[in-house]
Ligand binder design. Structure first.
Ligand code: FES
Length: 121
């Protein structure tokens, strides 16, 4: 892929901390929200520890996608993803997702991702 094509296809997503701080991250499609937070953010986003590295085993990449959930889709009921999140503080049945389970596509450009309170991580 040439640089110009990669640049054109790059998505912008926004990570919003509990204090309202918004961090813009540019990421090519095909990566997960977790990878955007750990590999593409200027500084790794602490609110997404991602202890298992994306294996869907730790639940520490729990995020909330309030206003944009219709663009991403909710986690399936009775899935491993839901099981891991249900044990986490700030779990919301409608808006919680694991950042390592959401693969970014062009239609996700401009996505807003709400981060958890550091005290709950
Ligand atoms: S990084 Fe461990 S479940 Fe997502």
């Amino acid at each position: 892929m040439s640089d110009s094509i990669q640049q054109k296809d790059t998505l912008t997503i926004y990570f919003v901390s509990k204090d309202g701080t918004k961090q813009e991250v540019k990421v090519p499609p095909g990566f997960t929200i977790m990878e955007a937070a750990k590999k593409f953010a200027d500084t790794s986003i602490d609110e997404i520890p991602a202890d298992c590295g994306g294996c869907q085993a730790c639940g520490t990449c729990h995020i909330n996608i309030k206003e944009d959930i219709s663009r991403v889709g909710p986690a399936e009921h009775n899935s491993l993803e839901t099981e891991l999140m249900e044990m986490q503080p700030e779990y919301d049945r409608m808006y919680s997702r694991l950042a390592c389970q959401v693969i970014l596509r062009p239609e996700h450009n401009g996505l807003i991702v709400h981060l958890r309170d550091m005290e709950n991580i």
